[in-house]
Design a binder for this molecule. Structure first.
Ligand code: PGA
Length: 248
């Protein structure tokens, strides 16, 4: 069974002081264990967090990256720069798709760029409420995934993580029921297997995960971990989520 992976996406929420405090508090509350934990601070604080964080307990990820190595891309961050600070990078988060018009092609290029530089992409996929009402969840999600993996070859697939995040469950407190998650995760696994054969890709669930519902998702067949937003910036809550993964 794959090692569980818990990812904290801090989004655009903390300043440097708050980020520093959060890693101190997490260090006090989390014991190193059988679970991989990845923290994804904002770009400005990545360097500081990379220097201060306890690397025995936590790895780092970025919340986004550009597809080019360098160039005239004002305000963007290159994977070449990121690879010195982080191991993982979140790509295609629904907030990037929604507010920054990231489309499947851009996401595929970012995934490829991340892999080219030895970063592990966490590819986010998820349907909106309208898709769900029309019974299109699995279809939409596997289409997004197939597009994102367009340039990924067999040798690299094990470095990929997929996060299933129903858009309607992100930051809304309206979490998906386990029986809504399981069939979509199954479809994700089926798609990857069709494309690459047997593989070690980890599939995460994300969307309003908290310390009360974390275990239920972690116990689902095919779910290897969680992508946590809001609850990841509250030390007690995130530590409790990690603990529930460790105690499975
Ligand atoms: P949430 O965010 O846990 O606040 O719903 C999850 C995410 O966007 O990754």
């Amino acid at each position: 069974m794959a090692k569980k992976l818990i990812v904290g996406n801090w989004k655009m929420n903390l300043d440097s002081h708050q980020s520093s405090l959060l890693i101190q508090k997490l260090d006090q509350r989390v014991t190193a264990g059988s679970v991989d934990v990845v923290l994804c601070p904002g770009f400005v604080d990545l360097y500081m967090v990379a220097k201060e964080v306890n690397g025995d307990k936590f790895s780092l990820g970025a919340q986004n990256c550009h597809w080019a190595d360098e160039g005239a891309y004002t305000g963007e961050t290159s994977p070449v720069v990121l690879k010195k600070l982080v191991d993982y990078v979140i790509i295609g988060h629904s907030e990037r798709r929604q507010y920054f018009n990231e489309d499947d092609k851009m996401i595929a290029k970012k995934v490829q760029a991340a892999l080219r530089h030895g970063l592990k992409p966490i590819i986010c996929v998820g349907e909106n409420l309208d898709d769900r009402h029309h019974n299109l969840s699995a279809r939409v999600v596997t289409d997004q995934l197939t597009a994102a993996l367009n340039m990924v070859d067999k040798d690299d697939i094990a470095k990929v993580t997929v996060a299933y995040e129903p858009v309607w469950a992100i930051g809304t407190g309206e979490f998906a029921k386990p029986d809504q998650v399981e069939p979509v995760v199954r479809a994700i696994r089926h798609t990857i297997e069709e494309l690459y054969g047997k593989n070690d890709v980890r599939v995460l669930y994300g969307g309003s995960v908290d310390q009360h519902n974390a275990a239920a998702y972690l116990k689902l067949l095919g779910v290897d971990g969680l992508l946590v937003g809001g609850a990841s910036i509250i030390a007690d809550q995130f530590a409790a989520i990690i603990k529930s993964a460790q105690s499975l």
